[in-house]
Design a protein around this ligand. Sequence first.
Ligand code: 2P0
Length: 320
Amino acid sequence: MQSTARAHPNIALIKYWGKRNTELNLPAAGSISITLAELSTDMSIEIREDLDSDQLTLNGARADDLLPRLSNCVDSVLGRERPRVDIRSSSNFPVAAGLASSASAFAACVVAADALDDQPRTRAELANLAGRASGSAARSLYGGFVELENEPSSVVVRNLLDAGDWPLEVVVAVTSEARKTVGSGEAMELSRKTSPFYAQWLEQQPDDLDTARTAVAERDFARLGDVAEHNCLKMHSVMWSTRPPMVYWTRSTIGCMETVRELRRGGVPVFFTIDAGPQVKAVCMAAAAEQVERALSATDGVLRTLRTPLGEGARLLEGD
Ligand code: 2P0
């Protein structure tokens, strides 16, 4: 028995940085994201009665370091008494460099594992299971614009607009393909414990969520860009003021931010966001995407660019 699912990474415009409950991996605040069509993870899970332990290959190579988290995720869907599985995952974008590879991986994992179960779950249930594995993964169950609301004992994830309802594009400027040294989960716990700005960050999150939600509903690009850049820079202020400091930016990250500001000064509808890595994601109106990509490609230190419209939620490709 085997099943294969596809999921896309998402990038948050209103960010998740901080956990309320580490055991259930519940975020400390809500977030709003967009799902990316052209970047994807395909994950096949095959029941293998002949194996003594689970195994995982990532883009064709054994990835034993990542196996425990994926095994746990499969357990959360199929139970601990399940047979062993062979997991084969492939992604078409760099892993562990601030491009939310865990989001697409765990979203694909819960959908593929669910197809092997007798009783299929609802999307809301799958989002909660994915969120336990990785907070941002809950959002990749849905397409277009997605809001994650933080309820007392669970998360509620919903689609605000479909991808086609507001056809924005994202240009990712890749400035480094190195794996980050401190993972997001560990880093945000350090921020909670040590950043003097952490409490204010959480306090202001509902206002930013309200502003972004309204901007999305009204397709108000300037308002969305304004609150998204502000929210991103606030998150990075929390990261920078963490002990030890979590500085994910490179010289080229700052250069890309400047490129985006210059484009905007020239009337181009574009804004940036940056996650726990050095890549810069420029969000723009579809008609401006080519110009934005050209400008970012020409920015010092940019290794390559990826360009994508918004995409759909995690789904099954095939299942027996
Ligand atoms: C986000 N990030 O909202 C934020 C912005 C990174 C910066 O969600 O510990 O890998 O697995 O729940 O989901 C990255 O954190 O963390 C993330 P865990 P996750 O997209």
